[in-house]
Structure formats: structure tokens, C-alpha cells
Design a protein around this ligand. Sequence first.
Ligand SMILES: [Zn+2]
Length: 365
Amino acid sequence: MATGWNFHELYLWHDNGNAALFYQPGLVIEPGEHAENANTKRRFRNLIEVSGLSEKLVAIRSEPVTEDDLALFHDRDYIRRVRARSKEHGDRGYSTPYGKGSYEIACLAAGGTSSLMDAVLKGEVDNGYALVRPPGHHAERGRGLGFCLFGNVPVAILKNRLRHKFGRVATVDWDVHHGNGTQSAFYSDPSVLTISIHQEGLYPHDSGRLEERGEGEGKGYNINIPLPAGCGHGAYIAAFERVVLPVLRRYRPDLIVVPSGFDASAADPLGRMMLHSETYREMTHMLMDAAAELCGGRLVMSHEGGYSAAYVPYCGLAVLEQLSGIRTEIDDPFLAGFVAYPGQELRPHQEAAIQQAAELVDAIA
Ligand SMILES: [Zn+2]
């Protein structure tokens, strides 16, 4: 089995400035570090290297996407505005700050995801992970949102659809926040089924509801699984078994793509869930089984959120070990503690939320 791995040093040079979590400093907020900083990603990359896994993965080069590629999803006005500001000083807006050169770096990030997808579709690798930055799943057609400038996954799907004749794609977004950007990109498109499992009402506050099911020909092909805060391993595994996997089996995609955030982990400062590395390993395992059954194992992951610099690397290592079938000698030092948290098992109110989402499965044709 060959697993692709995309990373570029420039991903870490995207500069979203000084902040306390995500608020800019001022007279009442002491300067600090932005939640979406390079450290989480750097330490993830470093652990993959220290574990010895990186030399067993197939390095996928980042080929930057062009303005025309971005325009498959985004408005030209928006693209050009980001490019112009990035050439000067960037933009210090609240939701998606960026610095000088961030346009080129964002093109490289969308390009890394796209190149990995291309390699999987060509059969050069079986599956893979693109550790890109800035993230993409909140970016909408005409605006950046939630630390995301451009939709890495939508742009990669739309670009690859032009050069590979594949039919259906399913995205499974396990970031703790709603994948609103990916949802919006394919809301009326039945050839891309979008699934998002996330903490209810977290971000964006007004999206990610069960009732958002797609429109027009795409009606029924958007599945949101909003879960109450406090869910652990049991709730996520149940949501996969009862909703995600049945949806995939009914839809029968030719490719599965995961916008992958590790902010549903027990250590995350922005999410209020309790997952640990074994949950991510198990979810990856289940998606690999589904991909093997449905689409020749074709599974592409593109990095999104995850804000615990200490813990993201161990979740990422578990996913990469599972994808590649190679178990390294590094054990997750946090695992026993997180597994012991009360409430890791499925609770009745969580089951009720999952049951509501499971009722959407039958609408998939
Ligand atoms: Zn997130």
C-alpha cells in the first residue's frame, strides 16, 4: 500500500498575525498567539518525521493552483482582492487575517490538496494526507471565513473533475466546526455529497443544522450531523456506524475526501469534544474499509483545524499510521488519560441527535 504525503515549508510561513486565540490585541486584550498558528502543523510534521513514518510515505509535490483554478469555486473579485492585499500588507480582518505572501501560500495549499488528489486518481498512491495551511473548509465563494482563505477541497475536486472522468465524490468533514464552505460549494450538485460531523452551533453559529440538506438537484446530498458539546469516542463511532457509513454505501462514491481537523480532540482550546488518537485511528479505519468496498480504496485527506500544539501530532500520527498500514514505535502519551475521561461512551442525548441524522440516510439515491 502506498500513502501520499504533502507538506511544504511555506505552509508554515502564512502569517495571520498577533491575537489572543482569535481576537486582536488592544488595550483590553494582551498580545498573544493566534489559535491558527504554524506550531500545530510544524509539530505534526515533526512527529511524522521523528516516528520514521515520513520516509515510508510517498512525497507529493505542491503544484500551486492558478487564478482560473480558484475561480472554479471562488468569485474573481474576491480572488483578486486577496492577491492585491497579500502583495501589500495582507489584511487584519477578524475572521481571516493574512499577511504578505499569503495569496501564494494559499494557492500552494489548494495545490497540495489537488496534487494529492490527482496522484490518488491516477493510482500513483492508494490514499494520502495533505498537511496544508491555511485551512479551507470555511471559505465561501466570495469571502474568507474562519481562518480559511480558499476552499482547498472544493477547488481540488473541481480542478480534478476537469482532468479525470470520475462520477461521484463524497466528503466527510470531521473537523469540530461545520464545513460550511464545502457545503456551499456543492449545495445544488448531486455529484458531490457533503457530510459534516461537528459540534452543534459552534462555528459558524448559524449553519450546520440538520435541515440544511441541499437544494435543487442537490437536495438530499448534504448531510449535517450536529452533535451536542461533550461527545466522546462512543458518540463519534456511533455517528460513523449509523450515519456516515450507511450514507456512503447508498451513495457509492468514486472517491472519498476528508477535510480533516483535529479540533474535536479532548485537548483542543476551541472545541468542546473529547476525542483521542484512537478515535481518529478508528474513524480512518472505517473510511478505509468503505473506500475499499466502494471506490478502490481512494481516500484523500486535507488538513483543516486543530489547535492543540501538544496533541494534534498524535492524532495525525494515528491517522497516517492507519492510512499507510505502518505502526511506528511511538505511543500517544496522552491516550490513557483521555480514554479515562467520564462520558467517553455514547450517552442517550447524543444517541438521540445521531438518530435524527440517521433518518436522512434513506433520502440518498
Ligand atoms: Zn475547526
